[in-house]
Design a protein around this ligand. Structure first.
Ligand SMILES: [Zn+2]
Ligand SMILES: [Zn+2]
Length: 228
């Protein structure tokens, strides 16, 4: 039960942070000096995006709730060694991000998938923090599959998943999404080596191509899809 409560609290904290940053950017000038976006938000954009964001939030809590209910036993709440913590966090993050890179690139390179599915996320131009949830529900579910692969790999290799490594991954993964859609200079990503900054994903939204990675930028460099 404790594991479920803490995991859902991390998710909720990320969403509340996204809401606060969205409100600040859409309705105030508080962070104007930190702004990296040059274009302006469309009128009533928050109200326009809200129904889809709410639907995806519902999906997120149902899927996470079910996943946590059925997989609760595989997570162990026990202070890990530094090695286990880094290894398990690293595996979840790298598997998830590798999957995301190829999934995201496919959504752009396949005309049908772009038109029918991914185009919705690119209506967020420029995006505000909560727009990380403004995606087609199939993209939302498809994207979450990478996270499940990472968790599964750690479970197969270690026989259990350390709860602290998982919570750290969940917090970094979600707060990073908030950060890269926030429209302001990275307040978070710059403290973690190799983590993609807001400027990286902002360029993707502005040009609707390239910079397909989310957490780490090395896939774009390896495959020549990074925007100069
Ligand atoms: Zn985006
Ligand atoms: Zn895209």
């Amino acid at each position: 039960m404790l594991f479920t409560i803490i995991t859902l609290s991390i998710l909720t904290f990320s969403i509340v942070s996204a809401y606060i940053f969205s409100h600040i950017m859409l309705n105030t000038d508080l962070l104007k000096a930190q702004k990296i976006q040059t274009s302006r938000y469309k009128k009533n954009v928050f109200q326009e995006h809200l129904p889809l964001i709410a639907l995806n939030l519902g999906i997120l809590y149902v899927i996470s709730g079910l996943g946590l209910y059925f997989a609760n036993g595989v997570f162990k709440i026990e202070m890990p060694s530094i090695g286990i913590f880094i290894l398990q966090f690293g595996m979840m993050a790298i598997v998830d991000d590798t999957y995301f890179y190829f999934f995201h690139r496919l959504l752009h390179h396949n005309e049908y998938l772009f038109k029918k599915i991914h185009k919705i996320h690119h209506k967020a131009s420029p995006p505000f923090a909560l727009d990380f949830i403004y995606v087609h529900p199939l993209e939302w579910l498809g994207g979450a599959t990478g996270t499940a692969f990472g968790i599964l790999l750690v479970y197969i290799l270690f026989g259990e998943i350390n709860a602290y490594a998982f919570w750290f991954f969940a917090a970094v993964r979600n707060l990073h999404e908030v950060d890269i859609h926030s429209g302001i200079r990275s307040f978070f990503s710059k403290y973690i080596p190799f983590l993609g900054a807001a400027e990286h994903h902002e360029a993707h939204h502005a040009r609707i191509k390239g910079n397909y990675s989310s957490m780490f930028t090395f896939w774009d460099k390896i495959f020549g899809t990074d925007l100069k």
